[in-house]
Design a binder for this molecule. Structure first.
Ligand SMILES: Nc1ncnc2c1ncn2[C@@H]1O[C@H](COP(=O)(O)OP(=O)(O)OP(=O)(O)O)[C@@H](O)[C@H]1O
Length: 253
């Protein structure tokens, strides 16, 4: 569980995050949504400690991350898997070496143990017999799956995904969304996904927070979001034409 308590963050006189409070539960896919520039990335960076909060607290299963020293934070970071936008794989390392990378950095595993764990993770994301390819030889969807395999290599308690569907076609996006959801449930991870993808919102959003001008404007489930009459969230959600049609269908039942 990750608790965000009264978080404020400014850059100069620009007050970007305004008193954000929320709880991200384990075994749930938690989505952070909102317009461009609303503060989603700044919030995610505050949660993982890439930005310091001005006021407020971030708690990882009751551990107050905000007051930890570098050493203590490093221990928490080992429990966090990250899937970056664009996958951020190392071009010169093979698929297998990319997945082994965090293990070589943060564990004392032997090479054979690392290889075994990497293969487990690659199988789990349904990527077999691709170990010796370079990222450039893999499709965008495959690269995301490698990124996910690398993110779960350390058996994380917390998983952060930044725009996991960026650059993917709708069908591949669904595959990646389903994978994130399956892994979240299987390993009981606290998963946080930043997304603009409305299909993800209605498919995998167990818990959604909508950030509007730095405020947590709305919070609910994928079912709630189709029924809310909050104006700002409707303007955001129904900018996607297919969502309007979906709401129309719900309304006619
Ligand atoms: N390091 C920084 N220094 C100063 N201002 C920043 C910094 N990082 C973000 N901001 C500002 O904070 C605001 C929120 O930015 P943020 O990146 O969180 O938006 P976002 O909701 O993630 O947008 P997008 O969907 O486009 O990625 C923006 O006005 C941005 O210019």
């Amino acid at each position: 569980m990750i608790e965000v308590k009264g978080v404020n963050k400014s850059f100069g006189d620009h007050h970007v995050l305004k008193e954000i409070n929320t709880v991200f539960e384990p075994g749930q896919v938690n989505l952070i949504i909102g317009q461009s520039g609303s503060g989603k990335s700044v919030l995610a960076k505050c949660i993982v400690g890439l930005h310091e909060v001005d006021t407020g607290e971030i708690l990882y299963d009751g551990r107050n991350f905000t007051v930890m020293n570098r050493h203590q934070r490093k221990d928490v970071r080992k429990e966090i898997g990250m899937l970056f936008q664009g996958s951020a794989l190392f071009d010169s390392l093979t698929v297998e070496e990319n997945v082994m990378f965090p293990l070589s950095m943060f564990t004392t595993m032997s090479k054979a143990e690392m290889r075994e764990r990497a293969n487990f993770c690659l199988e789990r994301v349904k990527l077999t017999n691709r170990n010796h390819l370079l990222p450039a030889e893999c499709s965008g969807g495959m690269q995301k799956r490698i990124g996910i395999a690398r993110a779960i290599a350390m058996n994380p308690k917390y998983l952060f995904c930044d725009e996991p569907n960026s650059g993917l076609d709708p069908k591949t996006s669904i595959v990646i969304d389903n994978l994130i959801r399956e892994l979240t449930y299987e390993f009981n991870m606290t998963t946080i996904v930043i997304t603009h993808d409305m299909n993800s919102v209605i498919e995998i959003g167990d818990h959604i927070i909508f950030i509007y001008e730095g405020n947590k404007w709305w919070e609910g489930t994928k079912e709630d979001i189709l029924r809310t009459d909050n104006q700002e969230i409707n303007d955001f959600v129904y900018a996607a034409q297919f969502m309007k049609q979906l709401k129309g269908k719900l309304g006619s039942h």
